[in-house]
Write a new protein. Structure first.
Lengths: 330, 330
């Protein structure tokens, strides 16, 4: 018997496929749920049965989130915790699991395409100046841009994409279709990324002055913390644009706000912020040419299915004792 | 001597290239401008010298527009009128010129890429539900879409593009990059368009029920007038979206408004309208999931250069007595 901690929502949608995958992998699954009352915890004898726990979105964004954290900490035989998110963030219950050697994996790959589409939409909205049209629409005002007000051709402009993983690769492909010059920045290039140039992070000092569009699609690590700050922003050419679909901590937000206010940075699409939810008093909500999406770039109805498919694929490997992809080192 | 009626703005930017093209074509150009005072007309002896007139954007969207029309009608030796726009619309002075056999050409091809980028941005904004995020941004509200509210995967959805000319072809290419199933509708296919299926207009009755996304990029002719009407809208699947970057007359606007209000059509990006400017009292300004751009999809700073390049290329052919492309039949 292999004990799984899974939501009823997951089981309703993917229970049949879980059973098939488990059978194929030679596992005899025993599925446990968190109690419906989010204030109640699983009994110790049930916790002892759980080897694999999956934090699906329905638990992540509900009162069951705390119960999930309490429960996995109380499972003495837990071997693997799986997240529906692409990144494994600083969940408060994780350090204890890492110390115990529990494997922690993400759903990386399950939502790359929707995130990239949101980022490209943000880029196009800024490039075509939709905020100007949108403002006029609110006022019922027919105000076509003419003369000096028209946007610049996007074709031929240079985009620097920091982090060319699954999301950054999809962004790069679209940017090429838009006729942009695409520069990727990645620690370990695979050499088949759809970019015109690939550089290591160490090359960034020479790249900043060429960066007309900056797309942040990297992970948030000590190396990328506040990578975009007052000094690096000052090195970008005047009129540059920024799209951030990575993590808020990659950007020094007050420095970005100052650069947006001065006009040095012409616009930004921000999906992530240093403090989330973004406080109502943040100037970012009101700044012209700032498009805010609430850490929601990935929203798409196919994510749960893609995430489940990756999980079931990993489950087969796990049963064979093989290594797990998407593993977080803690 | 070949007389040109050209704006000072055109001459300032492209005068050198005009001189070179004229020299190459064996023409001795004499350039005339409209008088600075838009209320004054060129003298008859100057009008008699003009063979070629170019309606650039600076005249089209200024008080000189009327003077241009009056002047070309008063030029007895006029042979060719050229427009900076992609389409040749119902300018009031045109019928008289067609009757006299004056050649009339457009700048088709000069702004296909910007228009297609605007249309794709409109499509992505509707697909990713940016109107929902934008509304929340105005209220400083952090309201990520979760559960049933999340958008559908765009990948695998079917788009029907009516009119696969320069704009439609660019739209088709982007839709393929987005993983959509792309159907083109065109009277005279070239057979190299980037579509999965190509159909003649006669196939539309069978195509409507498959049309999850409808992109209108055709010309406005008696055949396409009110092509989208109450009857055809009713045949689209519930939740379909419409993008119109062709001409307002292709859509029966009250029928579209009714379909948007009922929810049968989930959203629309409209650049063109039956009456332009769109009247302030039109419900389209306020409808949720309607993105209005003011017949401005093409706005981009490279259009004038591209338009001038096409004009100079045509000038060389015209001097050789060859046929002019982009010619409007009247």
């Amino acid at each position: 018997m292999t004990g799984f901690l899974l939501s009823k929502g997951f089981l309703a949608k993917f229970g049949g496929r879980l059973a098939a995958a488990a059978r194929e992998a030679g596992l005899d699954p025993l599925v446990l749920h968190l109690p419906d009352d989010a204030g109640t915890r699983l009994a110790p004898e049930d916790c002892a049965r759980i080897e694999i726990a999956y934090l699906t979105r329905d638990w992540r964004f509900s009162d069951h989130y705390l119960a999930f954290g309490d429960t996995v900490r109380a499972c003495p035989n837990l071997k693997w915790v799986r997240f529906a998110s692409t990144g494994v963030d600083q969940h408060p219950f994780l350090p204890a699991l890492y110390r115990r050697g529990v494997k922690v994996t993400s759903s990386i790959g399950s939502n790359g395409e929707p995130v990239a589409q949101t980022a490209i939409c943000g880029l196009l909205m800024l490039a075509r100046r939709f905020p100007v049209w949108w403002d006029a629409q609110r006022r019922h005002a027919w105000e076509p841009m003419r003369g000096e007000a028209v946007p610049r051709d996007l074709e031929g402009q240079t985009v620097v994409i920091i982090g060319v993983g699954i999301i950054g690769t999809a962004v790069a492909r679209f940017c090429q279709a838009l006729g942009m010059h695409v520069i990727g920045v990645r620690r370990s290039p695979r050499r088949d990324e759809p970019v015109h140039e690939m550089h290591p992070p160490a090359a960034l000092p020479e790249l900043w002055p060429r960066t007309q569009w900056l797309v942040l699609a990297c992970t948030h690590t000590p190396e990328t913390h506040h990578l975009v700050n007052a000094a690096t922003l000052a090195r970008l050419p005047r009129g540059a644009h920024i799209i951030n679909v990575s993590r808020g901590g990659v950007v020094d937000e007050p420095a970005l706000i100052a650069a947006l206010r001065s006009g040095h940075i012409a616009g930004a699409h921000l999906d992530v912020f240093e403090q989330e939810p973004l406080p109502a008093e943040s100037p970012l909500w009101e700044l012209t040419n700032v498009v805010v999406t609430p850490h929601n770039a990935s929203a798409s109805d196919g994510n749960d299915r893609r995430s489940a498919e990756i999980f079931l694929d990993h489950l087969r490997r796990w049963a064979r004792g093989g290594p797990l992809a998407n593993q977080s080192a803690g």
